[in-house]
Design a protein around this ligand. Structure first.
Ligand SMILES: [Zn+2]
Length: 277
């Protein structure tokens, strides 16, 4: 028994060591590629260490699937949406707030998995959280390229491209694809007693529903500002891309884009958990 326990601890210790080293290398590479700024790279190092070191291979695959696919899509669509960039509160270099908004909920379920290793539910909820943030990112990156003009999810009113809370058919399909991408990556790493179809549906629908929650928050309570110089609506605060101070227009002041993303991740995790139960 003693030797079994000891070897188990050594395996976990080795996984932790490899996880921390991998997280460090990836955070440095992402900083160098300008996908993250310095605070974002530090936050990614902490989150990566938890997910790789305590979760293991399957958990690492989902986090990397999200990070690589969303960074690639950002880069791919950046040129085509340059005129829209002032609508978004941040550039393509992600900071610590953005990493935490997308990753803190996921990190919580890794810890829950360590405490309850026999249950598949923390793994399902983690996959749901990753599907949610991936769906939201794919919808944002690909949705702004849609031909149709977006409508506000709350009342169907036509809005400008890139507006918070605006949805299109193309963006919604991109969200579903982003969620199913994570579901497919998660499948080989086990789904407990859940059948493969139900597992894919739970994560796919969890991610899609969460991206709609994200849009609904964007259309209603997210803090939205206007730029007096450009006369445009923006999520940016306190400064617009042009350097002018933005003026508060609507929503709850504390509900910035990072909080909206965190609620998106939480709703994806909870819905997937319920659908897998
Ligand atoms: Zn401006």
């Amino acid at each position: 028994m003693f030797f079994e326990d000891l070897s188990l601890k050594m395996i976990n210790g080795l996984q932790l060591l490899i996880g921390v080293i991998l997280a460090l290398l990836i955070a440095l590479a992402a900083r160098k590629a300008r996908a993250l700024n310095t605070s974002g790279a530090l936050a990614a190092f902490v989150l990566g260490s938890v997910v790789f070191g305590l979760g293991g291979l399957g958990w690492a695959v989902l986090l990397m699937g999200f990070f690589i696919s969303s960074s690639a899509l950002s880069r791919f669509s950046q040129k085509r949406k340059e005129t829209l960039s002032e609508k978004f509160s941040k550039g393509s270099e992600r900071d610590a707030g953005q990493v935490a908004a997308n990753g803190a909920i996921a990190g919580f379920f890794v810890i829950l998995h360590v405490l309850f290793p026999q249950s598949v539910l923390p793994w399902a909820a983690f996959a749901g959280a990753m599907a949610a943030v991936n769906a939201d990112t794919w919808a944002t990156e690909l949705g702004v390229l849609a031909r149709s003009q977006p409508r506000l999810i709350s009342n169907g009113r036509l809005v400008e491209r890139g507006s918070s809370g605006g949805v299109t058919i193309e963006g919604t399909l991109a969200a579903l694809s982003g969620a199913l991408f994570i579901a497919l990556l998660a499948l080989p790493f086990g789904s407990g007693q859940t059948t493969a179809i139900r597992w894919l549906a739970a994560i796919g629908l969890g991610g899609l529903f969460a991206s709609l929650v994200d849009s609904l928050l964007g259309a209603t309570v997210q803090a939205i500002y206007t730029c007096p110089t450009c006369g445009k609506e923006t999520e940016r605060y306190p400064l617009h891309t042009c350097g002018t101070n933005t003026i508060f227009k609507r929503g709850w002041r504390w509900m910035n884009n990072d909080w909206v993303n965190a609620f998106c991740a939480l709703s994806g995790a909870l819905l997937t958990w319920l659908l897998v139960l």
